[in-house]
Design a protein around this ligand. Structure first.
Ligand code: TLP
Length: 344
């Protein structure tokens, strides 16, 4: 039985052209700056994000911790959403590794943080308070249904940050999904930010890796911190080669994933035992509430698994489905069929 795995876009396997590229990649010792393939990927990524420089890192989590530690010293404070991946899913690394104090604000359903609340959370100079250094946004916002956040809001946050001498970091794990959904260039979307991290190993299907982008000075610091964290990966061009294919071949097709997410969401909306607002699905993520009286999300996921469909339980009554490169529109039809059977 073919498994349709919708747990995450992280399950994507490298494409045939990635396998070829990584087998043939010219490599060197990246800690000496001598891996030409890594250097090429970093140059391309910086260009794509409209920033001066870039750094190839092992994961989205590493992109985030390296960025946070490049902006903040120990005891500094960052303003961040309470539903953010950094706060929710990264082992408390901000505090545990970086000594950074997270000041959480409630994420709105569209993934934003209210501007007035950001402003009110910035610490005045007072020897009792930590120093606010950083505002962190996430785009698309995973736990807010994969919501893309628009340029106008990004600029509003930048204006507050500038007025108070703060930096802005964007966890852009899926920034190209946001750009495609909004119909804008990713460059313009992250122009208001000082730094952005994006993932090659999610919808872009590379096997491993993320990239952090920012100014030359910021990336120099990020490179030191990556080394401190054990992220100097030597002949990493093997991996970067796949990332180059991601940037060249895998961005535009994300629109297909968004269309399939729409198909799925509108199909699920018709089923009793589930509750979903399909009009809120804007990218490749579909969160659905399980309202079936005697089936928690884990039980439903287990039942579907026996039918060859994998969804991710993300709460007692919530499931997540993420569309990606290996999921076709026909697959969505199969998933809807099996879901309907599982609920009956
Ligand atoms: N998210 C994963 C899980 O950890 C939930 C997923 O399947 O969605 N930022 C955002 C917004 C993310 O969604 C993720 C991964 C990361 C950072 C971390 O990336 P990795 O897994 O490469 O460390």
């Amino acid at each position: 039985m073919r498994i349709i795995d919708l747990r995450s876009d992280t399950v994507t396997q490298p494409t045939p052209s990635m396998r070829k590229a990584l087998a043939e990649a010219e490599v060197g010792d990246d800690v000496f700056g001598e891996d030409v393939t890594v250097n090429r990927l970093e140059k391309m990524a910086a260009e794509r994000m409209g920033k001066e420089a870039a750094l190839f890192v092992a994961s989205g989590t590493m992109a985030n911790i390296v960025s946070q530690m490049s902006h903040c010293g120990r005891g500094d404070e960052m303003i961040i959403g309470d539903q953010s991946h950094i706060f929710f899913y990264e082992q408390g690394g901000s505090a545990a590794i970086g000594g950074i104090h997270p000041r959480t604000l409630p994420n709105q359903p569209d993934g934003t943080l209210p501007i007035q609340e950001i402003e009110a959370a910035i610490r005045p100079a007072d020897i009792h308070f930590p120093k606010t250094r950083l505002i962190v946004l996430e785009n698309t916002h995973n736990r807010c249904g994969g919501a893309p956040i628009g340029i106008k809001y990004m600029k509003a946050v930048r204006d507050v940050a500038r007025a108070h001498g703060l930096a802005v970091h964007v966890d852009g794990a899926r920034i190209f999904n946001a750009a495609i959904s909004l119909g804008v260039d990713a460059r313009d979307l992250v122009a208001p930010a000082d730094s952005v991290g994006f993932c090659l190993s999610k919808g872009l299907a590379a096997p491993v890796g993320s990239v952090v982008c920012g100014t030359d000075d910021f990336i120099l610091e990020a490179r030191r911190i990556r080394k401190m964290l054990g992220g100097g990966m030597r002949q990493a061009g093997i991996l970067a080669a796949a990332g180059i294919v991601s940037l060249n071949e895998m961005i535009d097709r994300l629109a297909e994933d968004h269309a399939n997410a729409q198909l799925l969401a509108w199909g699920l909306a018709d089923m009793s035992g589930l509750s979903i607002q399909p009009e809120r699905v804007k990218t490749n993520m579909v969160y659905v509430e399980v309202t079936h009286t005697d089936m928690p999300s884990t039980a439903l996921a287990k039942k579907l698994e026996t039918e060859g469909v994998r969804l991710l339980p993300v709460g007692p009554n919530k499931l997540r489905a993420v569309t990606h490169y290996h999921v076709t529109s026909d697959d969505i039809g199969v998933v809807l069929n099996r879901m309907s059977k599982a609920l009956n």
